[in-house]
Design a protein around this ligand. Sequence first.
Ligand SMILES: [Zn+2]
Length: 289
Amino acid sequence: MKKFSTLFILVLALILVLAAPSFAQKRIKDLKFHNMQDYAWMRLAQIVPAVTDRVILPIGTVESHGVCAIGTDNVIPLNTAELIWDKCNALIAPAVNHGVTGASISQFPGSITIRPEIFEDYIYDVLKDLVRTGFRNILIVNGHGGNTDPVKKAMSRLHQETAAHFMIVDWWTVAFNIVNEVYGAKAQQSGHGDMEEAALVMGFNPDLIDKEMYEKLGKDNVSRAGTDAGVAMMPAWATSRLPETGAGYLNFDLAKAKAYAQKKADFIADTFLEAVKRWEMMESWKKGK
Ligand SMILES: [Zn+2]
């Protein structure tokens, strides 16, 4: 009898070992948190790189955006990261919420700007420590145009120094044909505080668009269009910019906004996953596999 029960326990233990996926086979969705900062450091050390070596860094800025929240450029990357971390099997790093806001809207209430050279070094330091933590594949979801060049410089420096893999995505530039699919509107590069940017904010929280102000001030008075070529103004006429005259007016259809946000996010995730696949292929060729 004793012999039987020992055997039974051994068999049971074997079944349990085989049934339970090893830690390395787990995905982020099987763990307690997907935000990196929610873990204790010793727990994080078990997860990176064993469960994932991928991280999403949302970056933005605080600046006026017509009737959209002044945090629009932070809300969008964070919302996008929340929509794609599972698909990407990536953790989300604490966001960088202060960026390089342009001078022409710097005097409007709430705008905060970091000088580009300071921002480049700041991002460099953030990325450097993500690499030191064990991340090899880093996706930066960017919500603001002024950030792009300083981040590219920081990425280039760090890629050459560490050979880690980086991608920055400016959401408003990629896949702008999605606006056609969802809204039936002419596909064109987005403006600032326009229909597409407002859609991404609404997809996250509709209260962050001030509909009452939009109706009170009138769509043409909260935006400008066609003033860019050959004209520079400080301060700007308005704190939002439409892609062209008559285009880019806000649409308050929440279902469409959510669909637009999801499609944009999926495109960004797919692009990152394809890049990771190719980066890893290149690494294995280097190792002669
Ligand atoms: Zn913006």
